[in-house]
Design a protein around this ligand. Structure first.
Ligand SMILES: Cc1cc2nc3c(=O)[nH]c(=O)nc-3n(C[C@H](O)[C@H](O)[C@H](O)COP(=O)(O)O)c2cc1C
Length: 116
């Protein structure tokens, strides 16, 4: 399923000026989407309608300045970048996280992919 999502993302995102990263774990997708605001809004609306996941939540929306993943249509990561356990997530850790907490796994992932 992840391969299917990534393959569509990597086909579509460059056409929309979108880059980003998708951290995937059995209980969770955590995705950073970067690009023009209107393109992000359109993509987010599509993702919300996708029944391959449930309980989509917008955790943070902000002007970013420089992109973290300028050369990745959608980088994937199978969770080593995450520090919340499944139990933390179930107990609401993501909703309670600060903007800096939410940025942190993506900053680590970007640093681990130089030139990303
Ligand atoms: C967790 C998750 C992340 C996704 N990320 C993207 C994405 O970055 N770009 C994208 O085009 N589709 C993404 N999708 C798929 C969209 O929901 C949708 O199926 C797709 O954009 C439809 O594209 P198509 O009309 O070209 O088939 C994602 C889906 C899921 C479940």
């Amino acid at each position: 399923m992840l391969a299917g999502i990534l393959s569509v993302a990597r086909r579509n995102n460059p056409l929309m000026g979108i880059t980003g990263a998708l951290i995937c774990r059995h209980d969770l997708y955590l995705q950073l989407i970067e690009g023009p605001a209107d393109a992000i809004d359109a993509l987010y609306a599509r993702i919300c309608e996708d029944d391959r996941h449930a309980n989509v939540e917008l955790l943070l929306s902000e002007d970013m300045g420089e992109r973290l993943f300028p050369n990745w249509a959608m980088l994937d990561d199978t969770a080593p970048s995450l520090f919340w356990s499944a139990e933390d997530v179930a107990a609401g850790a993501l909703e309670a996280a600060s903007p800096a907490d939410l940025r942190a796994p993506f900053i680590r992932l970007s640093a681990a992919n130089p030139g990303g």
